[in-house]
Design a protein around this ligand. Structure first.
Ligand code: SAM
Ligand code: SF4
Length: 317
């Protein structure tokens, strides 16, 4: 479906849970989130009905996210059923990777073809710090399980944080020489208030290019990342700049939260509820959400915080 600004909306990101087995400082509070009544959350059947309604409006690509999608007990079934919906051409998933040793193969068999893994640092102490409870060894086990499972594409996402990982841009980028993966640097968005990040932490994507003078531009693949490649690399470097150079004019996505709210824009608190509706009701709400997608997300920086009204674990990134 085309929105009122002429953008073709073909991509739905579904957060299947708000819960997570990590506590990244830019994403959610140290104490985690209060587990909410399952009565408030979409059931698996409702999620699949929402996908069917979205597909009937022209959605062709899905990304399953969270919270951490792999802590959801029925994640493989959700992915399998979503991938089988008529009109859905591509199912991708974003994960912190911790549970991939058990789940990489079942997810691939269920129809997930592309995987994004989050990794902000190669240093075990810094990883434990930024995730508050994570063990970097667990990430590597998940990463290798993903490589072995045969996904079409694996991308690593690093949130750029001045004073934390800007000194690791080169080694992180060099992962594209060692492994057949893309490395994507994402500007940190001012979502969660309690993370102790001052304005110096919000660094622009151009900092990556300053550190990688050998990187050459490569053709866009239709996504939101500006793409570069290091000489001899097996994968690309992607730069994603929601803060310093927003890409709202080309935004083709809407989001569905685990409690059944469609968000036309990540940074707006306008939401359309799907919980409890039948197919026609869901389709109607999705249609309204797409049509009313705002032209852009407004100013975003250390001073102008996101107006999403939720932390990132409650939206899905
Ligand atoms: N738990 C999974 C993971 O970490 O990959 C999926 C959900 S997580 C919310 C999705 C993505 O959002 C991750 O790559 C994470 O790094 C990113 N993210 C979370 N908070 C962010 C923020 N404040 N700014 C930019 N990216 C953020
Ligand atoms: Fe969990 Fe992902 Fe948020 Fe980290 S970024 S706390 S792994 S949901």
């Amino acid at each position: 479906m085309i929105d009122q600004f002429g953008r073709s909306i073909t991509y739905l990101r579904i957060s299947v849970t708000e819960l997570c087995n990590l506590r990244c400082r830019y994403c959610m509070p140290a104490e985690g989130v209060c587990k909410r009544s399952h009565l408030d959350m979409l059931t698996e059947d409702e999620m699949i009905q929402a996908v069917e309604a979205a597909a009937s409006l022209g959605i062709t690509k899905l990304r399953i996210t969270g919270g951490e999608p792999l802590v959801k007990k029925n994640i493989v079934s959700i992915c399998r059923r979503a991938a089988a919906v008529t009109g859905i051409q591509e199912v991708c998933l974003t994960t912190n990777g911790v549970l991939l040793p058990e789940l990489a193969k079942p997810l691939h068999e269920a129809g997930v073809r592309r995987l994004n893994l989050s990794l902000d640092t190669l240093n075990p102490e810094k990883y434990a710090y930024i995730t508050r409870i994570g063990d970097l060894n667990r990430f590597w086990e998940g990463f290798h399980a993903a490589l072995e499972a045969g996904f079409e594409k694996i991308k690593i996402n690093a949130v750029l944080m001045g004073g934390f990982n800007d000194d690791e841009i080169i080694p992180l980028a060099q992962m594209t020489k060692q492994y057949p993966v893309d490395m994507r640097f994402i500007e940190m968005m001012p979502m969660y208030d309690g993370g102790d990040f001052d304005s110096s932490a919000y660094i622009p994507y151009t900092r990556v290019l300053e550190k990688l003078p050998d990187a050459v531009p490569v053709q866009q693949d239709g996504g939101v990342a500006k793409l570069y490649c290091l000489p001899g690399a097996l994968g690309n470097i992607g730069l994603i700049s929601p803060v310093s150079a927003h890409f709202c004019a080309d935004c083709n996505r809407i989001r569905l939260t685990a409690d059944g709210k469609v968000k036309p824009c990540l940074h707006s608190n306008v939401e359309y509820a799907l919980k409890g509706l039948d197919f026609a009701g869901m389709r109607g709400q999705l249609e309204k959400a797409i049509w009313n997608k705002p032209a852009w997300h407004g100013d975003l920086d250390a001073v102008h915080r996101s107006q999403a009204g939720r932390n990132m674990n409650q939206i899905g990134g």
